[in-house]
Design a protein around this ligand. Structure first.
Ligand SMILES: C[S@@+](CC[C@H](N)C(=O)[O-])C[C@H]1O[C@@H](n2cnc3c(N)ncnc32)[C@H](O)[C@@H]1O
Length: 276
């Protein structure tokens, strides 16, 4: 059954979908739906439900990715003393966004969110209206130069001091033709020593049939996805030094409690590395 297309319930005055956006599932809005959010349309829910039929564990995979984000943000702010965050591929605001986590630890921490989906910009701006240490900009990971030169990045982040660059659940939306390894070379080179890079990425290594089926489903969205092998994902860290426990399935990255039994079916890899 196809549901009617409704406007998102939250702050609808901020965003009106274009014709293309009404017709085409957005990975940001599908992710919001999978996390239990309300900022999504019928087309997004339909495609997300198809993905859940292909992998009933998919909502769990997404939640595990989000839990990784929380642990990483706390680790960087608390244990590494990082107070500047560049989060590319932010997604729609949900509970415990990066700025909320790190500013609880350090109220002076700065966060710049970057996403290429206009709905993220609209909702992010509404959430951040009264936060002068955090902003959201609309830009594309495939143009790192524009991100690094953006006036809001220059205003809020001092690129002469360590920065944490977060690329969580975004790189699988960058196809090989866009040369993601070269993009990462450029971003890593722009960061000073002592900076951190955190990545999560879908990988076919664990459950290839399921993941390839999901790639096919995501090929019918605005952002086709490509899962990559562990080896390929590891290359994104370049010569940065991996923090323990290295690049692992996300439930096993510094878990705060024993991972649930079926955690070995969670096919997202995640890791954090430090620039020497
Ligand atoms: C699955 S969500 C991940 C959200 C968040 N990083 C997390 O891990 O919870 C992926 C986000 O990346 C954004 N995105 C995809 N391709 C992008 C690109 N080339 N440049 C900027 N953002 C992109 C999407 O719009 C979406 O909001």
């Amino acid at each position: 059954m196809t549901e009617s297309t409704e406007l998102p319930s939250a702050r609808p005055e901020q965003w009106r979908p274009s014709e293309f956006e009404e017709r085409t599932p957005s990975v940001a809005r599908m992710y919001d739906f999978l996390l239990g959010g309300k900022d999504n349309l019928g087309v997004d829910r339909e495609r997300a439900r198809e993905a859940v039929s292909a992998d009933p564990l998919f909502p769990r995979v997404v939640r595990e990715n989000r839990a990784f984000l929380g642990r990483v943000a706390r680790f960087l702010a608390e244990e590494c003393g990082i107070d500047q965050f560049l989060d590319i591929g932010t997604g729609l605001p949900t509970q415990d966004n990066v700025h909320q986590i790190v500013q609880r630890i350090n109220p002076d921490a700065s966060v710049v969110y970057v996403d290429n989906d206009p709905v993220v910009l609209a909702h992010g701006r509404a959430l951040l209206a009264d936060n002068n240490r955090t902003t959201v900009i609309q830009a594309d990971l495939r143009d790192p130069g524009a991100i690094l030169a953006h006036p809001d990045v220059r205003r809020l982040l001092d690129l002469d001091r360590p920065v944490a660059l977060l690329l969580l659940a975004i790189l699988h939306f960058v196809p090989d033709e866009a040369e993601p390894h070269a993009l990462l070379d450029e971003l890593r080179a722009a960061l000073p020593s002592g900076s951190y890079l955190a990545i999560t990425h879908g990988s076919p290594d664990l459950r290839p049939d399921v993941v390839h089926r999901l790639e096919e489903i995501y090929s019918r969205t605005a952002s086709p996805a490509l899962a990559r092998s562990r080896e390929d994902v590891a290359r994104f860290f370049g010569d940065f030094e991996m923090v323990d426990p290295g690049l692992v399935w996300v439930p096993w990255w510094r878990p705060e409690q024993e991972p649930a039994e079926d955690s070995d079916l969670v096919w997202f890899l995640g890791g954090v590395a430090r620039k020497p």
